[in-house]
Design a protein around this ligand. Structure first.
Ligand code: SAH
Length: 374
């Protein structure tokens, strides 16, 4: 089998917007709208209602193998398997922690590219953290994924399959806590979702549309996280999909953000915050500002104060993330007292703020640690 190896490490600050052109995986049912599925089924010489049947098998029963769809004629099963259910993801390795309620899977894609997804079960919800690209072109120096460069965009079905795999494990009772379902999806795995816009929107639609079109996950439970691709944020606002937007800000001033989040050299803090407020106004959804606290880099009280002034009185929430360690990085998480002072400063401005837990750190499955090596 030929495999796609990751590109070399990008030079500091170098951005890659256009993913390398590579062979695409075969078409999968989850790539298609219901209308498109009916057309494919008709082309195969089968009755259009079979598209509904196949879709219910996949999105409700989480069955992706037509051989097991015994209510279909045997001859049709073979045709459907070949035309609509290629094997897209192969599990290479599973790692678990938190008594089995956090589980990271390393997947091999059809061409050998590697990606990771993480399932996190809490008392009141289960979140799937999915990848949208193999690697990432945004080159944030504190993020392990960014250091490896961009291998390729993922397709809609490759993204959806990560959620279906998690849903299957939950339904089968493989995750401690009894049988369950996926309630939340966060695009916080590998990749910059808004740099793979079309496939990501397709995946979001499959996730939120009710069966038989899709998985029927509440749009409010879906979060798209971005470094701040301003035109794409505008487009997302206009989709009429009330998903949560998370903005990886990490610094309130252009000087520092230019180095921490290199996309800032293209779109400045003021522009990306404007795009976020426009998103909030259009969707009525609270925007989440992601801020990894890095010791002595971005955790000074004056920066908390500046951030507070920039975002006070907006439909916003700040998620502080203690920096997770990544290979080769000299940076570490803030001192506890600096973290507390940062929180207090934001609260002083009336800004809602929480400190995110560092689930999955022990298995390199936490924010910024996904690097997908075997
Ligand atoms: N490219 C998108 C999606 C990835 S989300 C984005 O950047 O938003 C991953 C989240 O984890 C982002 O908020 C990212 O900035 C953050 N992150 C990256 N590296 C991290 C690290 N080492 N510690 C904590 N958070 C990190």
């Amino acid at each position: 089998m030929s495999t796609v190896s990751p590109p070399g490490a990008p030079a500091p600050g170098q951005l890659t917007f256009v993913a390398p052109r590579r062979a695409k995986p075969a078409r999968h049912l989850a790539d298609l709208t219901m209308t498109e599925r009916r057309a494919v089924v008709a082309e195969l010489g089968e009755k259009p209602f079979r598209a509904d049947q196949l879709s219910r098998h996949y999105f409700e029963k989480l069955n992706g193998d037509p051989e097991l769809m015994t209510d279909l004629p045997a001859t049709a099963r073979e045709k459907f398997a070949a035309a609509l259910f290629p094997k897209l993801l192969t599990s290479v390795r599973e790692m678990t922690t938190d008594g089995g309620t956090t589980r990271k899977t390393l997947w091999r894609l059809f061409d050998g590219a590697l990606v990771e997804s993480v399932l996190m079960r809490y008392s009141d919800r289960t979140t799937m953290c999915v990848s949208s690209q193999a690697g990432c072109g945004m080159n944030c120096p504190f993020c392990a994924t960014g250091q490896a460069g961009l291998t390729r965009n993922m397709t809609t079905a490759e993204i959806v399959e990560q959620v279906v795999a998690g849903a299957r494990a939950l339904a089968a009772g493989e995750v401690p806590g009894g049988p369950g379902r996926v309630s939340n999806v966060v695009f916080m795995g590998m990749g910059e979702p808004l740099a793979n816009y079309k496939a990501v929107i397709g995946a979001v639609r499959r996730m939120v549309e009710p069966s038989p079109d899709g998985l029927g996950i509440s749009a409010r439970g879906v979060t798209v996280s971005t470094v701040g691709l301003v035109p794409a944020i505008g487009k997302l606002a206009a989709e009429g999909l009330p998903v949560t937007l998370a903005l990886s800000l990490h610094a309130p001033d252009d000087e520092l953000r230019d180095t921490l989040v290199p996309i800032n050299t293209r779109w400045k803090v003021a522009e990306v915050l404007d795009a976020a407020w426009n998103y909030a106004a259009t969707t009525k959804r609270r925007v989440s500002i992601e801020y990894a606290l890095i010791k002595d880099i971005n955790d000074q009280e004056w920066r908390a104060d500046l951030l507070g002034k920039l975002i006070k009185n907006k439909l916003v929430h700040v998620n502080l993330i203690p920096l997770n360690p990544t290979p080769g990085s000299k940076w570490t998480a803030s001192r506890p007292e600096d973290e507390r002072a940062f929180v207090r400063r934001l609260e002083f401005h009336g800004v809602p703020v929480t400190v995110r837990d560092t689930r999955g750190r022990e298995i390199d499955g936490a924010c910024g640690q996904l690097a997908a090596a075997e």
